[in-house]
Ligand binder design. Sequence first.
Ligand SMILES: NC(=O)c1ccc[n+]([C@@H]2O[C@H](COP(=O)([O-])OP(=O)(O)OC[C@H]3O[C@@H](n4cnc5c(N)ncnc54)[C@H](OP(=O)(O)O)[C@@H]3O)[C@@H](O)[C@H]2O)c1
Length: 254
Amino acid sequence: MTSNHKGSVLITGASGGFGLYFAKYLEKQGYRLILHGRDSARLKLVQDVLIYPEKHRVLMCELSARKGIDQLLECLIHEKIVGLVNNAGFGVWSSFEMSESVAQLDVLRVDLLAPITLSHALLPKLKKNKGFIINVSSLAGEMPMPYMSTYGSAKAGMTFWSEALRMELQGKIKVVTLAPGPSPTGFRHVSGAPKGKGSWFSTSPEKVIEAALDCLLNGGGYCVPGWRHQLLWGMQKITPRCVALPLLKYYLKP
Ligand SMILES: NC(=O)c1ccc[n+]([C@@H]2O[C@H](COP(=O)([O-])OP(=O)(O)OC[C@H]3O[C@@H](n4cnc5c(N)ncnc54)[C@H](OP(=O)(O)O)[C@@H]3O)[C@@H](O)[C@H]2O)c1
């Protein structure tokens, strides 16, 4: 077994998708992992594909509830935390008026409030250990998203918060704001997104996570992974909103 001198990294939403690749790559960099999720069977599968499954720890909690976040933090009291990957998240693909308000608010709780709460609570340890935070945002935070309105709002909030944090914490800890476009994970199935939409821009989860970890090695920053996502980002930047929004409304309608 490798030594644990690098300390532990908490990865939220580690039961599949991007979380799985964060786990694989961060383990190879010598970190001990704290794998968070809600689905114990899928978390176990992730743990089993790691090189040293017994070295890592699995913690389960619901991030939409303050009680769940507090329970998670309680379990971390004695851990030497050097990294936090705020990765857990989901969206609701539906017209706002037809969807449950609880689900829409949960998107904000899980995708924005939980990362802020966890980061604030773990900051003293992260600073002490000269560690890092990777915030998994999205290109959905670059442009309003009809039929995914709260998801886009949560990710816009995350991008702004994370980028501001990066500036405030310069020289203390490294911060990566990861802003991917479409990638084949469980995200579409969970959010109810129809297959095919935006798939030309799809980039593999491996490439997304490699780009995020390269960005971390280079000191942190705003990371749009791969040329397809960068092309999408470029299109978002040059298209006037009065043109983009009606097009998005037409294209994204469920
Ligand atoms: N895939 C894309 O196209 C894409 C693009 C841009 C950004 N992102 C972002 O990437 C991040 C990772 O998503 P993914 O694509 O890997 O999707 P995924 O495969 O669906 O994974 C999402 C993870 O978040 C966890 N999670 C969801 N709701 C939760 C809740 N209420 N409490 C606790 N954990 C919860 C899930 O845990 P359980 O399964 O154990 O419940 C799962 O581990 C998300 O923040 C997403 O917004 C994804």
